[in-house]
Design a protein around this ligand. Structure first.
Ligand code: NDP
Length: 395
């Protein structure tokens, strides 16, 4: 296998750290660049251990402190600062693989830059695809970039569709009946609906099966994560929304299922550990050894599957309607959700306000189709401003 040179956008986050864990244990990859927003101490620690060619701190106000830390260390990494530097490293020809693991809309421009420059993009930053959808996939097609999803459910579908059997050819679109994503149900699967009003950020961030950053943990608790994932799957796999579904599976062992028109179903199973989809993305189309605990089916007492409940989780209904409406709807949904989740995390609004704010924003801003990144940013900004107004009016 040729040694690939890798850039990790968001190396200090949960996905970024898992990617570095894999690089540490496999020693098969070179690290070209790593990036952080504010966590400069961890960024510097990562520089000392991995000695990448470049490190980027996105928050320019921290550049001086970061230069100071770098001078005190004995690594010869070049430091860059600011948002443009993120795009530069994402597109730099010295890396062939980019792990897109910045959280939220802040990752859009750098993820897009990687896709435009023909990299293999390991896509964790689902919000970037939710916002830019067809435009993103068109740019990737134009540049010859391969988008390998590392969201576990989408990695599951990707594995079922294209490379389940060594040497097999990718699945024909017309053979597909349905793509199904599983959802653990999050921490509130069995919480009485009347108690949702008193949910705290700590309760929402305590996911039963996955350890993740705060934003995606809240999204999993509200089920917005599954809504965003349905949109992500629609653009990634180019399937009609009628061919997309999600079901609850609390054990998080089966990540995705592909139903074929002859009645056959292929599922992807693994223990819930992000290192598996990341390893597949890094080594694609081959496979590499990981230290992840092996799946032992005879030790699993039970695997359950049941329908998702949209009454319990209105964010899921909003996600579905955004993917059905298309146009700007996913952008508005994503922006309003980011603002509402931030407000919930700092105690400004309650948990049940999150879907209310998103729905109001989606109804009030016209749903025109965006044709450029500049228009996407404009719509994103409008949705954020309106969300903030609604939050401040209510508080
Ligand atoms: P984290 O919050 O743990 O990490 C986010 C990363 O993005 C950090 O490196 C952070 O830097 C950086 N970042 C935050 N804000 C900015 C900004 N404004 N500009 C540049 N960089 C920024 O998130 P996760 O790792 O949990 O998630 C990352 C993405 O992967 C999300 O889109 C999520 O939906 C997706 N994902 C995550 C999974 C998981 O298991 N965690 C599973 C599947 C998908 P700093 O540390 O300096 O703040």
């Amino acid at each position: 296998m040729i040694k690939q040179s890798v850039t990790i956008l968001g190396s200090t986050g949960s996905v970024g750290r898992s990617s570095l864990d894999l690089m540490r244990s496999t020693k098969r990859f070179e690290l070209f660049a790593i990036t952080a927003n504010k966590n400069i101490h961890l960024l510097m620690k990562q520089c000392e251990e991995f000695n990448p060619s470049v490190a980027v701190v996105a928050d320019e106000s921290l550049a001086d402190s970061c230069y100071k830390l770098l001078r005190e260390s004995d690594c010869d990494t070049e430091l860059k600062a600011g948002r443009t530097a993120l795009e530069e490293v994402a597109a730099d020809a010295q890396a062939t693989v980019v792990v897109a693991a910045i959280v939220g809309s802040s990752g859009l421009d750098s993820t897009m830059a990687a896709a435009k420059s023909g990299k293999r993009v390991l896509l964790a930053n689902k919000e970037a695809l939710v916002m830019s959808g067809e435009l993103f996939m068109q740019e990737a097609l134009k540049s010859g970039s391969t988008i390998v999803p590392i969201d576990s459910e989408h990695s599951g579908i990707f594995q079922c569709l294209s490379r389940g059997i060594p040497g097999s050819s990718p699945t024909q679109f017309e053979d597909l009946d349905k793509l199904v994503l599983t959802a653990s149900g999050g921490p509130f699967l069995n919480l009485p609906i009347k108690d949702f009003k008193s949910v705290t950020p700590e309760m929402a961030c305590a996911h039963p099966t996955w350890k993740m950053g705060k934003k995606i943990s809240v999204d999993s608790a509200s089920m917005m994560n599954k809504g965003l994932e349905l949109i992500e799957a629609h653009y990634l796999f180019g399937v009609d929304t009628r061919k997309l579904d999600a079901i609850t599976h609390p054990q998080s062992i089966v990540h995705a299922l592909v139903h074929f028109r002859d009645g056959s179903v292929i599922a992807q199973l693994a223990n819930p550990d992000m290192k598996i989809p990341i390893a597949y993305g890094l080594s694609y189309p081959r496979r590499i050894e990981t230290d992840v605990q092996r799946l032992n089916l005879s030790e699993l007492a039970d695997l359950q599957f049941f329908e998702l409940d949209e009454n319990r989780f209105p964010c899921l209904r909003l996600g579905r309607s955004a993917v059905e409406e298309g146009g700007a709807s996913p952008i508005l949904l994503n922006a309003a959700n980011e603002i509402a989740v931030e407000a919930f995390l700092v105690g400004k609004i309650g948990f049940t306000k999150i879907p209310e704010i998103i729905e109001e924003v989606m109804t009030k801003i016209p749903c025109e189709s965006p044709s450029t990144i500049a228009i996407i940013h404009e719509l994103d900004l409008r949705a954020r401003q309106l969300s903030n107004q609604l939050i401040n009016k209510g508080s």
